[in-house]
Design a protein around this ligand. Structure first.
Ligand code: R5P
Length: 295
């Protein structure tokens, strides 16, 4: 590994653990960003120490509270830019990536605004993990590298003793990643088709082609689990068809509100995710693949 002794990693409040790991892998200097929140909700950030000259890497995932985490990332990037002309923003989970087009007339393509803000704040490159949308990436007018955690997640599942495992994508959107996951496991994948009513949010799921899931252990693979509705619906659908046990893998476990509880009640699920979002399910570490991208 090349030693980037002159680089500095700044750990944003949402990604302290991951930032420390990336810093250790790069043998870079680590600086913590200290956060205070004013009574009116404004974030006040302070970098504890002076960055080295050279590359600065700001690590801040933008999971909920999405807006605060984004604004904090922008503040840290702008501060880093005062010290260096080479500022890499590591945004492991990129909020707003799902808002990549106008779905209902009058809506805003929010990710295009977010992309402009990262550039305006001073980021010269962005690294993100399993970004929800390839379309979203096109709005970034600075280099953006979207890396995947699928092989890492798959190698975790490889160690489990699963019966005739079948990888299932709960919607067509993530089917190529499910296929990649299945290839790593040496098994097959199928994709369900999911339709969400844009106004009511109601979900409908069906098979895209005939598939026999009976007796097979299922790994549901998605980029993110947010409300949990998608995987709950998919799990119910598969259970009705007498599959074996159902496990879930995702890169980003957002698990908003009572999602974990809902998932537990409807099907005592085992979810495995990565540390792009630090929660109890984050058992796969993405620091190495991010560090490789920085080197
Ligand atoms: C949608 O296209 C995504 O890939 C996920 O399936 C979705 O965002 C998960 O959200 P939720 O858990 O709220 O159903």
């Amino acid at each position: 590994m090349v030693l980037l002794v002159r680089s500095t990693v700044i750990g944003g409040p949402s990604s302290v653990g991951l930032a420390k790991k990336i810093s250790a892998k790069l043998n870079a200097r680590y600086l913590q960003a200290e956060l205070r929140v004013f009574p009116d909700g404004e974030s006040v950030l302070r970098i504890k120490g002076k960055p080295n000259k050279g590359k600065i890497i700001v690590v801040q995932s933008t999971y909920p509270p999405v807006d605060s985490n984004i604004i904090q990332a922008l503040f840290l990037i702008s501060k880093a830019r005062q010290y260096s002309s080479d500022v890499i923003a590591v945004i492991p989970y990129m909020g707003y990536a799902r808002q990549d087009k106008v779905f209902l007339s009058g809506e805003i393509v929010s990710i295009s605004v977010i992309a402009s803000l990262f550039k305006a704040a001073g980021a010269t490159k962005i690294i993100t993990v399993d970004n929800h949308s390839k379309i979203a990436l096109r709005y970034f007018k600075i280099p953006i590298q979207n890396i995947t955690a699928i092989p890492l997640l798959a190698s975790y599942f490889k160690k489990l003793n699963l019966r005739k495992p079948l990888v299932v994508s709960p919607d067509l959107f993530w089917s190529s990643s499910a296929k990649e996951f299945a290839n790593c496991l040496g098994t097959k994948s199928i994709a369900l088709s999911k339709r969400r009513d844009r106004k009511t949010g109601k979900l409908r799921i069906k098979l895209t082609k005939p598939a026999n899931v009976m007796g097979r252990d299922i790994i549901l693979v998605d980029d993110m689990i947010s409300s949990g509705d998608t995987i709950i619906k998919a799990a119910k659908f598969l259970k009705k068809r007498n599959c074996g046990k159902i496990l879930a893998a995702c890169t980003h476990a957002i698990l908003v509100n009572d999602a974990s509880k809902k998932i537990k009640i409807s099907w005592s699920a085992s979810i495995s995710s990565t540390n792009t979002i630090p929660v109890t399910t984050s058992i796969v570490d993405v620091s190495e693949i991010i560090a490789q991208e920085i080197e």
